[in-house]
Design a protein around this ligand. Structure first.
Ligand code: ZN
Ligand code: ZN
Length: 339
């Protein structure tokens, strides 16, 4: 098969390699769409993920959909040709976290594209059948790949305790920020404010009904004018000062949800801000039990993944897709490779 390997930081090449063999409980998936996440860019550019370095060439990509191409031993419920999306947090099912249903925090989690488990930027990937959900005919492969970032949005909104009518602030309108916005709308939020500095990324959230401004400081001005801060703010940009900027936006006794991966890892903030307001600062890791719900939401038109602005690239142009994702040019919120 053809696969896009990261050989070194900022170095990706598409080469011929052996297709994986599905083991017990696994299926071989013919990948049809794989979306490039900010975490893929982190690994690609920094050469590691959370301090873990790949021991050899690594295939990136964990947001994907495809067709079942072959069943491994002991697989039931799927047939060759089924169109599916995948939840990429492959949990063990028996550790203390899994037993509590906290599967995204599994102590033995395997995550494709996290060193050294190959991801989906290839013609084929072997995946646990238990991580798959069939796609209804009206859900595209593109939306199937976007079900993973949608799941992050759903998980973040569930963690926030958002109630109907709550105003919301969201920092960042990349795919995660837009997914959070989509879910906030679905959950009945009041006014949704978005801070996004890139002009190309301001239009789509505005079309979804958000009040869009250039920065957290501009949102702060709005809130200070009538002393009405939102109860919930979501950090979804991963920007260098975004963590510190999120907490001042929230009203006392409110919740700041940190969804983006703070970059740099060490963050400086004024403890006085969350302390005096008794804020809940809630971190969010990937998604938890969201796959079936998100597929159903897309199929029923409750969220807008089919309309998310993306740019598609064939597998041979995977390096260009990575570059486009890093450049964040135009209105594109995800680069999608279509093997
Ligand atoms: Zn992702
Ligand atoms: Zn586990």
């Amino acid at each position: 098969m053809r696969a896009a390997f990261m050989f070194a930081p900022d170095e990706m090449r598409v080469i011929e390699t052996d297709a994986p063999t599905p083991g017990p409980g696994q299926v071989l998936l013919a990948v049809r769409a794989v979306a490039i996440c900010a975490s893929d860019i982190h690994i690609f550019h920094d050469g590691h993920s959370s301090g873990v370095y790949p021991s050899g060439p690594l295939i990136l990509g964990h947001e994907f959909s495809g067709d079942v191409a072959q069943l491994g031993p002991e697989v039931s419920g799927f047939a060759v040709g089924d169109r599916v999306a995948c939840e990429p947090s492959w949990h063990c099912g028996h550790c203390d976290m899994c037993r509590q249903g906290l599967t995204n925090l599994c102590r033995n989690v395997i995550f494709p594209s996290f060193p050294d488990t190959n991801g989906a930027m290839a013609e084929y990937i072997a995946v646990p059948a238990s991580s798959l959900c069939k796609l209804p005919d009206n859900v595209s492969y593109k939306a199937g790949a976007l079900v993973e970032p949608l799941g992050v949005g759903l998980h973040a909104v569930r963690l926030s305790g958002l109630a109907e009518g709550d105003d919301v602030a969201i920092l960042g309108a990349g795919a995660i920020g837009v997914a959070v916005l989509d879910m906030c709308k679905l959950f009945g939020a009041g006014t949704i404010y978005v801070a996004e500095p890139l002009p190309g990324r301001q239009t789509f959230p505005a079309e979804l009904g958000a009040e869009v401004r250039n920065s957290a400081a501009e949102l702060q001005e709005i809130f200070e004018a009538d002393n009405s801060q939102p109860r919930v703010a979501f950090e979804a940009s991963g920007g260098p000062t975004a963590f510190a900027e999120t907490m001042p936006l929230v009203r006392p006794a409110g919740t700041a949800v940190i969804v983006g991966i703070p970059e740099p890892n060490e963050q400086v903030f004024s403890a006085r801000v969350p302390r005096r307001k008794e804020l809940i600062v809630q971190f969010c890791r990937r998604s938890r039990n969201t796959l079936e719900d998100c597929v159903a939401m897309v199929a029923e038109g409750k969220v807008h993944a089919e309309e998310y602005p993306v740019r598609e690239f064939p597998l041979e142009e995977a390096p260009q897709a990575m570059q486009a994702a890093m450049d964040k040019a135009g209105d594109m919120i995800r680069a999608i490779v279509t093997p």
